[in-house]
Design a protein around this ligand. Structure first.
Ligand code: MOS
Length: 701
């Protein structure tokens, strides 16, 4: 090396090194494993007070009297918050956020107040002494297909139409050579993120509030919460740099966050801390609603689909409508000239439901992909062959071309890698008490319209990349730095990423699997603007902004991530126990920004899918209107021992219609279709068709 080669650089732009695509270890990893990454409840605040919620013990009615004299005598109790002394909130779009604004009770477990005390123990003990008497009304938490209040929502979640009818399904089914008709269902499902919902609120002055919370988008939360509190956005700071999983439950603020803010107001300026018990998570932070689906499929003698019909009936809360878009994936998956998808809701006295990992695509693909297996069987076709044969040329409902759709490749390459050719006829492989089987299902997740802003500031030799993004444990801290480094053509060490704060440029949620393509799009445009304005050798303080740009003319393409899931199961002929012994996922995920964090997303999705397939079941007792198994002992979420070796593959084809990087959404596609792959494998093992989640031993004996 010559002397000139080591001369100090005079430019602030180091040599271009490609960061995107590299297996970069999580940049926030050391902070996390040493316990120095502050999660919401751990943020250092001075002299905090602690909250413990008081919740309704009835399912519907009105508070008559609150007796809190005993509770107030407990040493360390500062105050008791109820609707009688709660701060008056401004009207909000979501009734869920109107916490403690009236004596009305809408569902069992609803937040009716809180004890605020010097210690969490005092708060919890005192809360147990508060007695509430009610005027009780008759609650209704029972799902019925012919419920008198059943209705059609105006839109389903994410904006689709509740119903779509093309052609004549009934006529086509009459003519069909092969057909199936079957019903599928699942109970309420709960997110169960590792980090509990928790918050610290500080009401420092009349117009200055700080909220440390666990959120999927601090900037979006601020935009919702500030007006609710009657504040300007700048008067409310929301901080959530580290989040231990959300899966949709931290997508929008829920009642516990508002409760914390109300309590902070009462003991202002003292900080107030709340961490929900695991049990309280089953009442106040959302869930996936109970969903029932009736399916009819028909095909001709060659196995060509002629009709697809899906009629969905879901529960929803009377407090807040949530219409899961169970019909959406059906509209893009397979070709058939006659199509019908419908959505009906049954309003009940239940807590509000919310987005839960792949809302719509999870329930929709669970049923569709079992139904496809059933019809393939009817037609005497291999389920992969049957799917390949019904692959559409263009989006079957809106006739748009797909941007990139590699479902065929996922199915065929996945089959090879998994050893699909070793699959036996139904019941054909028995070892001791165990019957073995293999199943397959397709996976899909849509593109959502991106919307993010980013600001880049050059300070002290670093590019500060500011964007209101969030890292739920997904790897955003790492991959956004990688994307920024490439966009600015500098090294990873030259980037100082700033995310997880409400005062950063407004960016869409860490939700809808859109974080990567949405945020990197804004970063890329901010980087272009920065270089355009300041060149390669910017002065200190130089800055530029950029926004996500949708390159295509709105709505030119049908844009989705696709994939295929392969499962092998064994079923005990003695106990009916099902174990997934092997699983493989292969995805058409566009450009992979970081193979390590991408793999983790797919693995996580499949793990959650196996959990839903085999374990997660809520028992809603209509006498009390509550999920009686409301803890992680009664509501089992897959543990390590439940999860087999999982293989993850992808076919990397950048999709420019998703943004400058060509990265697609990966967070949710991994759960879609997984329970179907498991059900289809169970059928292959035993000849029993399971259509109701979860697939517990009682259903196999
Ligand atoms: Mo995901 S359910 O969009 O957070």
């Amino acid at each position: 090396m010559t002397a000139t080669a080591t001369k100090p650089k005079t430019t602030n732009k180091s040599a271009k090194t490609q960061s995107v695509g590299q297996d970069v270890v999580r940049l926030d990893g050391p902070q996390k494993v040493t316990g120095t990454a502050p999660y919401a409840y751990e943020q250092p605040v001075k002299n905090p007070a602690y909250l413990f919620p008081i919740v309704s013990t009835i399912g519907l009615g009105r508070i008559k009297r609150i007796e809190d004299a005993e509770a107030r005598k407990v040493e360390g109790v500062l105050d008791i918050l109820t609707h009688r002394n709660a701060y008056k909130l401004q009207p909000s779009r979501s009734a869920e956020l109107q916490v403690l604004q009236s004596p009305d009770v809408h569902y069992r477990g609803e937040l009716l107040g809180a004890v605020i005390a010097d210690t969490p123990e005092a708060a919890r003990y005192a809360a147990s002494l508060v007695r509430i008497s009610y005027d009780e009304a008759e609650q209704d938490t029972t799902f019925k297909f012919d419920h008198p209040a059943l209705y059609t929502p105006k839109k389903v979640n994410a904006g689709g139409d509740p119903d779509s009818i093309l052609g004549d399904v009934d006529a086509a089914l009459k003519k069909a050579k092969h057909k199936i008709e079957a019903s599928y269902s699942h109970t309420m499902q709960f997110h169960s993120a590792m980090e509990p919902h928790s918050a610290i609120a500080i009401w420092e002055g009349e117009k200055s509030v700080t909220l440390y919370d666990t959120s999927q988008g601090a900037a979006a939360w601020r935009a919702t919460l500030a007006p609710l509190l009657g504040l300007e956005a700048a008067q409310l700071q929301v901080i959530s740099p580290f989040v231990g999983g959300g899966f949709g439950s931290k997508g929008v603020p829920h009642a516990p966050t508002v409760l914390t803010l109300l309590a902070a107001r009462l003991v202002s300026p003292r900080p107030v801390k709340l961490m929900l018990t695991r049990q309280q998570h089953f009442f106040n932070v959302g869930y996936r609603p109970e969903i029932h689906q009736r399916w009819r499929l028909g095909a001709d003698a060659d196995g060509q689909l002629g009709a697809i019909a899906q009629n969905v009936t879901e529960t929803t809360s009377k407090v807040l409508e949530f219409a899961e878009q169970t019909v959406s994936p059906t509209r893009v998956m397979y070709a058939a000239p006659n199509r019908e998808t419908t959505t009906r809701l049954v309003p009940l006295d239940l807590p509000p439901a919310t987005f839960m990992r792949a809302p719509g695509e999870f329930p929709g693909m669970f049923a569709l992909e079992i139904a496809m297996d059933e019809l393939a069987e009817e037609c005497g076709l291999d389920p992969i062959e049957f799917r390949l044969q019904n692959e559409p040329e263009r989006d079957p409902e809106n006739d748009k071309p797909f941007s990139v759709r590699l479902l065929k490749d996922c199915l065929t390459q996945g089959a090879k890698k998994f050893g699909w050719e070793r699959r036996k006829a139904v019941g054909g492989r028995k070892e001791g008490e165990w019957l073995y089987g293999m199943g397959v299902a397709a996976a899909t997740y849509p593109h959502h319209k991106p919307n993010a802003s980013c600001k880049i500031v050059f300070q002290k030799g670093k590019y500060h990349v500011q964007i209101g993004a969030a890292d739920l444990g997904t790897g955003a801290w790492t991959i956004l730095a990688q994307a920024a480094a490439d966009a600015l053509e500098v090294g990873l060490a030259d980037i100082k990423l700033e995310i997880g704060q409400g005062d950063l440029p407004l960016a869409g949620l860490a939700g809808g699997s859109m974080g990567t393509y949405n945020w990197t799009n804004a970063i890329w445009h901010a980087a272009q603007a920065f270089r355009g304005a300041h060149g390669d050798d910017p002065k200190a303080g130089a800055e530029a902004e950029g926004k996500t740009v949708n390159t295509e003319q709105a709505g030119t393409y049908s844009k989705h991530t696709f994939g295929a899931h392969f499962a092998e199961v064994k079923v005990s002929t003695v106990t009916g126990e099902v174990r997934v012994t092997r699983m493989l996922g292969i995805y058409d995920g566009g450009r992979i920004v970081n193979p390590r964090t991408a793999r983790s997303q797919f693995l996580g999705g499949m793990t959650m899918g196996i959990s839903a397939a085999l374990h997660e079941e809520a028992y809603l007792d209509p006498r009390f209107g509550e999920v009686v198994n409301h803890d992680l002992a009664g509501y089992h979420v897959a543990a390590h021992a439940d999860i087999p070796a999982i293989e993850v593959h992808w076919i990397e084809e950048p999709d420019p219609q998703f943004g400058p990087l060509g990265a697609k959404g990966l967070g949710e596609v991994g759960i879609t279709g997984v329970p179907a792959a498991v059900s289809n494998a169970i059928y292959n093992a035993t000849g029993k068709r399971l259509r109701d989640l979860p697939f517990t031993p009682d259903k196999l004996l």
